[in-house]
Design a protein around this ligand. Structure first.
Ligand SMILES: [Zn+2]
Ligand SMILES: [Zn+2]
Length: 109
C-alpha cells in the first residue's frame, strides 16, 4: 500500500529554446532548458518550491545534455562528489527521497 500525503518531490521544468543549436548533433529547435526543482507538496498539491535545481541544456533529438559528465570537456573530474543514487533506468543522478526519476519517469523505490 502506498499512501502519500505530503513531502518533497521533484518537479521537472523544461523550456524550449527554438533558436538554439545542439552542439552535439547540430539540430536547431530541439534544445530545451531543463531544471528540476524540489517542491514541497501536500496532498499532491504543490505548496512551494523549496529549492531550484541548476538549469542545464538538453537536446531532445540526440539526448545530449550540458550536465557534467555527459561528454563535455574532458573526463569527469576524479573524486567528483557523489550526488547520491543513480536512476536504475536511465542512470541520471537522482536525489535520495525522490520517488520518480524526473528524467525518464521510472520509479526509484
Ligand atoms: Zn542533439
Ligand atoms: Zn531515469
Amino acid at each position: 500500500m502506498f499512501v502519500f500525503v505530503g513531502g518533497v518531490s521533484p518537479h521537472a521544468v523544461s523550456r524550449d529554446l527554438p533558436a538554439r543549436e545542439c552542439p552535439a548533433c547540430g539540430a536547431v529547435g530541439a534544445m530545451q532548458e531543463r531544471r528540476v526543482d524540489s517542491d514541497l507538496s501536500l496532498f499532491f498539491v504543490r505548496v512551494l518550491t523549496l529549492e531550484r535545481g541548476a538549469p542545464f541544456l538538453a537536446c531532445t533529438r540526440c539526448g545530449w545534455t550540458s550536465m557534467a559528465g555527459s561528454g563535455g570537456n574532458g573526463a569527469p573530474a576524479a573524486g567528483a562528489v557523489a550526488q547520491g543514487p543513480a536512476c536504475p533506468h536511465c542512470g541520471s543522478d537522482v536525489q535520495r527521497g525522490w520517488q520518480w526519476c524526473p528524467f525518464c519517469g521510472g520509479p526509484l523505490w
